[in-house]
Design a protein around this ligand. Structure first.
Ligand code: AHR
Length: 516
């Protein structure tokens, strides 16, 4: 780490009451604060694009499949995602969203036109998974739908009609069409994205052109349901493109916008991403450096938003994030199918702690992507299904959903490689509606165990239970023959003495504690 990066790391950490020291016994204090924000459950959201085997051959196997399904969607996937408490699901893209024409995906499945997926593998889709299929799936999952509308190649009318189709309860052309297609009641969809990556696959627009287009589309977005207000999301920046956020914040009136998005993937090098499973210690460190940039990106985008929106009425949502590697050997390069190791568990645990600790401004996030694509929580092969280490992290962290943040203070030891360093530990904590305390701790260090002593005296908690996700090697993963190599185990030896809870965090481990 050069001196400039060291300085920025110090500043960032100071902003979060964390500082860096080289030690392996770490004192943690929790600051119960009635004013602390709620951790929106939507931070734990997911993303399902028409890409590779996420929808077709993943979620959706068709009504005639021998795999047990509900209207064509695998029942085992529905059950696993419900267990994980999936709070929202973004669809149909990604880049695909700005090529998608929703009317091609309604009505009799046999007569639907085809669409060639121009971004992902050039495959021809038969449009058999459309609006009804997605929204019924969300009902089965008990999750909120988040629809990304087409701004890149669609029209204002097409967008407005989609909202009327899914949300209008009265008599109108689109509500009548919905009824003709077998759905009487509207679905009341609240979350709407206005395009995706408008600076890239969403139209290669400039920020100011997009801001104008956004204003036009947002003007005609009516909440037909009269029961829930629309939540309009502006297509956001990638990584550190702060100018994009600034132009949007400056040019979009507050009455037209609820959130600005941000996309950030943990990629070592876009031209040489490396294998998902066969990686060196150095590549692991580089991935974690990349993942840790999320802290900086959120802080800096949020600082710009603070300038234009000091009342904090507009949310920052990270609607695409996760690790991105080379596809598995022998698979279609356009399908983005990758395995998922303990490295991914580290990305997930650390990133979710970052989101929790920024709960004031970050109100939603969507891991890319749910099934068979990028940092998936579920992988399928024929009738087989496995849960990845990332799945287990999301499930362990579900205890934070809609709980009140408890700010944490600690001095993290360093995780050092190649003369550079990262904070070895990340921690977040919350208190839920039943006053239960949860603390999630991640040690990304690949060799050192760190002991953590948490001052719990003021919490009135004398006992903790916990679970731990850890494995023998960072490169370990679950596969179809060995699906349970990595699963959470109960954490033993949580000592509480004189108001101090002491826990050992082995190398590359994720721990979640629950106060009893
Ligand atoms: O998640 C894969 C792709 O990554 C999405 O389609 C796009 O929005 C992003 O570039």
């Amino acid at each position: 780490m050069n001196s400039l990066s060291k300085l920025s790391l110090f500043i960032l950490m100071a902003a979060h009451s964390i500082s860096v020291v080289a030690q392996s016994n770490v004192n943690v204090s929790l600051e119960l604060n009635a004013e602390a924000p709620q951790i929106s459950k939507h931070i734990y959201g997911h993303f399902a694009e028409h890409l590779g085997r996420c929808i077709y051959g993943g979620f959706y196997v068709g009504e005639d499949s021998e795999i047990p399904n509900l209207d064509g969607v695998r029942k085992d996937i529905i059950a696993a995602l419900r267990e994980m408490k999936i709070p929202n699901l973004r669809w149909p893209g990604g880049c695909f969203a700005d090529t998608y024409h929703w009317k091609d995906g309604i009505g009799d499945k046999a007569s639907r036109p085809t669409i060639v997926n121009q971004w992902w593998g050039g495959v021809t889709e038969d449009n058999s998974f459309g609006t009804h299929d997605f929204l019924n799936l969300c009902e089965a999952l008990d999750t909120e739908p988040y629809i990304s509308g087409n701004i890149g190649s669609g029209t204002v009318r097409e967008f407005a009609d989609w909202i009327q189709y899914v949300n209008h309860d009265g008599v109108s052309p689109m509500a009548d069409l919905r009824r003709e297609n077998g759905r009487e009641k509207p679905w009341d969809v609240r979350f709407w994205g206005l395009g995706n990556e408008a600076w890239g696959c969403g139209g290669h627009m400039t920020a100011s052109y997009y801001a104008n287009l956004y204003r036009q589309y947002a003007t005609y977005m009516t909440d037909w349901s009269n029961s829930s207000d629309l939540y309009r999301v502006a297509s956001g920046a990638s990584d550190g493109n702060y100018n994009w956020t600034e132009v949007l914040m400056k040019n979009i009136p507050k009455n037209l916008i609820e959130a600005v998005a941000l996309h950030s993937y943990s990629v070592i090098d876009w031209s040489n991403k490396g294998s998902a499973t066969d990686f060196s210690d150095t590549q692991y460190f580089q991935t974690m450096q990349r993942a840790y940039k999320m802290e900086e990106y959120i802080s800096k985008h949020a600082a710009i938003m603070d300038q234009y929106d000091p009342e904090n009425t507009i949310d920052l949502i990270v609607d695409e994030w996760g690790g991105w590697y080379d596809v598995e050997p022998g698979t279609n390069p356009g399908f983005l199918y990758q395995q998922n190791t303990m490295r991914d568990a580290m990305i997930a645990g650390m990133t979710l702690n970052i989101f929790n600790n920024h709960a004031e401004r970050v109100k939603m996030a969507n891991l890319a992507q749910t099934v068979n694509v990028l940092q998936a929580v579920i992988l399928t092969e024929g009738e087989k299904l496995i849960l990845t280490p990332t799945y287990h992290v999301l499930k362990m962290y579900a205890v934070h959903q809609d709980a009140q943040l408890i700010p944490v203070n600690f001095e993290t030891p360093l995780f050092e490689k190649m003369g550079e360093s990262l904070p070895a530990l990340s921690i977040s904590a919350s208190k839920d509606q039943n006053n239960q305390i949860h603390i999630s701790l991640v040690n990304i260090d690949d060799t050192e165990t760190h002991e953590v002593s948490i001052d719990v005296a003021q919490l009135g908690v004398n006992e903790f239970e916990g679970s731990i996700l850890v494995s023998k090697a960072l490169q370990d993963y679950n596969d179809f023959d060995n699906p349970e190599v990595i699963t959470p185990k109960p954490l033993k030896n949580i000592k509480v003495k004189k108001g101090i809870a002491t826990v050992e965090l082995p190398p590359f481990s994720v721990v979640v504690l629950e106060g009893k």
